[in-house]
Design a protein around this ligand. Structure first.
Ligand SMILES: [Fe+2]
Ligand SMILES: [Fe+2]
Length: 258
């Protein structure tokens, strides 16, 4: 080959002795021999290459799927570990994940974002591990100081998770799950545009589950009171689309915590 850059590859077709046609990949490259450079031409059955590429891609995809499933299982196991110390929170996290996942699916979020909700949801209150059990299980009204201590669980959860290099922003979702779209939430008082949609979904699922369940300091307020709370604060504290989807799921009997 006198001119042009090497290597070159192109697809063409070949014809077998029986007249059938097949796809060929032709590659031309220059190699250095003892008496000078020489151009060599490789012919490869293109279908064979495509088949091998497809097999490799499928293998990688299934391996990646297994690793992602493993991460989800580890997150769920970590969340369950909390059960020994604080069964209320462990049970609460599981229920929040169930609701948040269905809301995210209904909103048409991509698979990776739904998985990030599942992981973050399973761990969102893990920071309560640092809150004294006397406060978590207190049956009466919490003092301001006790409430301030409880509020640290977002940052503590973030600190626990941040060293794990998840392929999703799990730590940030955990840190943001008590933020409210009008900026009245904690710990950073973020506003709507700065709160991840995963955290906004968890926030709604979190409130609905918490209000409709028994707590050491009060009996269940009931699912209707929980739905009224998110409806009343739709667009104020909670993202309107998330609220609408959540209300629809309960009112059309398509979701229940039982
Ligand atoms: Fe929380
Ligand atoms: Fe929670």
């Amino acid at each position: 080959m006198k001119s042009g850059r090497l290597p070159v590859s192109l697809e063409t077709v070949g014809r077998r002795c029986d007249g059938t046609v097949f796809s060929v990949l032709v590659q031309v490259d220059r190699i250095l021999l003892p008496d000078g450079p020489a151009d060599v031409v490789f012919y490869t059955d293109n279908a064979d290459i495509k088949r091998k590429v497809k097999q490799t891609a499928e293998g990688l995809e299934s391996g990646l799927g297994k690793i992602q499933r493993l991460l989800l299982d580890i997150a769920s196991a970590l969340g369950t570990a909390l059960d020994i110390r604080d069964p209320y929170t462990a049970e609460h996290q599981k229920k929040v994940v169930r609701l948040a996942r269905v809301i995210a699916e209904e909103m048409g979020l991509p698979k990776e974002r739904i998985e990030s909700i599942e992981i973050a949801g399973n761990l969102h209150d893990i920071g309560k591990i640092k809150v004294p059990i006397e406060i978590l299980s207190k049956s009466g009204q919490l003092s301001d100081l006790e409430f301030e201590i409880i509020k640290t669980h977002c940052q503590v959860g973030y600190d626990i998770i941040k060293s794990i290099d998840f392929p999703w922003p799990v730590g940030e979702i955990i840190l943001q799950h008590h933020e409210r779209i009008d900026g009245s939430g904690y710990p950073r008082g973020l506003k709507r545009e700065n709160i991840l949609i995963e955290a906004q979904i968890l926030a709604v699922a979190d409130v609905v589950e918490a209000m409709s369940s028994h707590r050491p300091y009060r009996p269940s307020l009931g699912i209707n009171a929980a739905l009224e709370e998110i409806e009343k604060n739709r667009g104020i504290l909670y993202e309107p689309e998330v609220v609408d989807v959540c209300l629809r799921l309960f009112r059309e009997d398509r979701f229940s915590f039982n």
